[in-house]
Design a protein around this ligand. Structure first.
Ligand code: G6P
Length: 613
């Protein structure tokens, strides 16, 4: 989720790059850099000072030689390699002429790097991105123009990218390309711009064009031309953008929450990229616990708070089912004060979007003190939790601004379920063909979330009908239970209405006494194995006058008998349903909150990161 900017043909190139990078601040970053390129000279500077990186860059740029009219800039959100200057972009090739910036993940970077090193290329960073600079250098060596060299290079690259390349031997040209990660081109008289996000160039360009997947664009001062991966010319689609800066930062959405809900397919896809070798082995490159240790794990304990706790609850079902290890899930503030038992072979997993939640950090410290190995699941590279843990798996959801967590949740579930599959692989508890099928299924989730997002109108209708309601019970069984907890939490956080999540089987043990006309029951009923029981639970609440909303799969006709409203989702493997089923519940909370005039990004009394106990 890095930020990219490029300029060709402007006497104000340096200022435009620095201002553009500053405007990308809302995306979050840990380091930044720029390269200015002209005939025979590539001048580069990089800084890693967290959110001060662009300010530090500005200072360094006071030393920049004058007279450059083209350059590229980058703010980095680390995925491969620590957030240090040496890993910041732009990366250079061996000659120092070619500079590249990249957003995304190059899945086959290890094999490409090995091949290029064998040919004599020298790498200087611990990033997947640097291979692009050397690949392009390699293609250029056979006499190709920069655009053709980039096109040829991309034929060998797997993964996701928005990239820009410049070469001092072909000045005043930027070649950019995209697959999955966004990229826009902007034009103004005599100057052409490139950016990952419109805000970076909003006040500079007068026309904007979207680059599509697998398109390569050559930018010069006079304009741009584009080709597809086969080299055939393509036309870029012009965007009609009449946004102010604030709207642009939200990607044209009304608020960060709807932007982030919309980013969930990408959050899951990015989290799963580059996690499986050709031989089928599931890998986590940040996981510094040996295979032997993982295989011999006797017990897994997950500690987390808020939404992350709900993701941890989903993981319990997956790890126990697939890897046959007993799993305990604890609220982190409870774990640390209850004199927990940590036996040999206990693996503690701290799950946290921010990696800074004090209770979760204290819980994992307590576990480490008692001899446990600790794995962190964190969305922020080098967060406190990540630094202190023995190993870390990063979710790659990108910066989450809205206080109520959405895309981090689906990314956490994806990462944890992948971890469960790895445990099963190591322990031999699932046949390899089942792991294959589950891995394929996990990769299909991103598309299923996208399909569900397209159906927001069905949720809008239900939210409008139920806008006067004050009491909500969310019910589910199996992984539908944590989904219900998360659905209730979203509604509570955003609307300030009373909402509780319950395992449907507990209905008779208390909540049923509260069911009466006016109460809304929201049920997650997408698991065929749990369906019959859910239907009888719902018949009971309907008989007592509750309004019943059911999240059900497309093919489920029987649900009509008990539901007043049905929120349809595509069917998926039951263990993966939380990532899909949560989407209509997030949208429901969001639309109810908007209907009630609440501030969805900043709910009253709540903070994004809780660093005090
Ligand atoms: C706060 C946030 C929640 C988040 C929880 C845990 O309550 O408002 O959205 O789920 O903290 O945060 P973490 O960063 O540890 O996941």
């Amino acid at each position: 989720m890095c930020g990219i900017i490029g300029v060709v043909g402007s006497p104000d190139t340096l200022t435009t790059l620095l201002e553009g990078l500053q405007r990308l601040e809302y995306r979050g970053y840990d380091s930044a850099g720029i390269a200015l390129v002209r005939a025979g000279q590539t001048w580069r500077v990089r800084t890693a000072a967290g959110t001060e990186s662009v300010a530090a860059l500005r200072l360094e740029c006071e030393q920049a030689p004058a007279g450059f009219t083209s350059g590229i800039g980058h703010t980095r959100w680390a995925t491969h390699g620590a957030p240090e200057a040496v890993n910041a972009h732009p990366h250079l090739d061996c000659s120092g002429n070619i500079a590249i910036i990249h957003n995304g993940i190059i899945e086959n970077h290890t094999e490409i790097q090995e091949r290029l090193e064998a040919k004599g290329h020298v790498f200087t960073s611990v990033t997947d991105s640097e291979v692009l600079a050397h690949l392009i250098e390699d293609s250029r060596a056979s006499g190709l123009e920069l655009m053709e060299a980039v096109r040829q290079s991309l034929l060998t690259v797997r993964g996701a990218f928005a990239l820009a390349a410049m070469d001092a031997t072909e000045p005043n040209v930027i070649v950019a390309a995209r697959r999955i990660s966004p990229l826009v081109v902007g034009t103004a008289p005599g100057v052409t711009y490139l950016a990952s996000d419109v805000p970076a160039i909003l006040d500079k360009a007068t026309a904007f064009y979207a680059v599509n997947d697998d398109e390569i664009v050559r930018l010069g001062p006079e304009g741009f031309r584009a080709v597809d991966l086969d080299g055939a010319p393509v036309r870029l689609h012009q965007l009609s953008i009449d946004w102010d800066l604030e709207t642009a930062e939200k990607g044209g959405h009304d608020d960060f929450m709807s932007k982030e809900i919309g980013e969930q397919p990408d959050a899951v896809r990015a989290t799963l990229l580059d996690r499986r070798r050709r031989d089928g082995t599931i890998t986590f490159d940040e996981l510094r616990v040996s295979d032997e240790e993982l295989r011999d794990v006797k017990r897994v304990v997950l500690v987390a708070a808020g939404t992350s706790h709900h993701a941890a609850l989903v993981a319990k079902y997956a790890i126990e089912r697939w890897a046959r290890v007993s799993v305990e899930v604890d609220i982190s503030s409870e774990y640390r004060y209850r004199d927990p038992i940590v036996e040999i072979g206990t693996l503690v997993i701290g799950v946290s979007q921010s990696g800074e939640t004090i209770d979760t950090i204290q819980a994992t410290r307590e576990a480490q003190r008692r001899g446990a190995r600790v794995v962190a699941i964190s969305n922020i590279v080098d967060s406190s939790l990540a630094r202190e843990a023995d190993a870390v798996i990063y979710t790659r959801a990108g910066l989450e601004v809205s206080v109520a967590s959405t895309k981090a949740f689906v990314a956490q579930v994806a990462a944890l379920e992948l971890f469960a599959l790895r445990l099963a692989q190591l322990r031999g508890t699932l046949p390899e063909q089942d792991i294959d099928a589950l891995f394929l299924g996990l990769n299909a989730v991103s598309g299923q979330i996208a399909t569900t997002l397209e159906r927001s109108a069905q949720v809008e209708h239900v939210a409008r009908e139920l806008i006067g309601a004050r009491d909500f019970f969310f019910l589910g069984r199996h992984v539908g239970f944590p989904t219900s907890l998360e659905g209730a939490l979203k509604l509570k956080e955003l609307t300030y209405l009373h909402a509780e999540g319950y395992p449907a089987g507990e209905l008779k043990h208390g909540p049923l006494a509260l069911i009466e006309p006016g109460v809304v029951v929201v049920a997650v009923a997408t698991d065929p194995a749990m369906h019959e029981k859910m239907m009888s639970n719902l018949a009971e609440v309907k008989a007592r006058g509750a309004s019943v909303v059911v999240v059900a799969t497309d093919d489920d006709e029987s649900v009509a008998a008990v539901a007043d409203y049905v929120l349809r989702v595509p069917a998926t493997e039951p263990m993966f349903t939380p990532m899909v089923d949560i989407v209509p519940l997030q949208l429901f909370a969001y639309k109810m909150a908007r209907g009630l005039g609440r501030n969805v990004d900043r709910p009253r009394n709540l903070a994004k990161t809780v660093t005090v106990e």
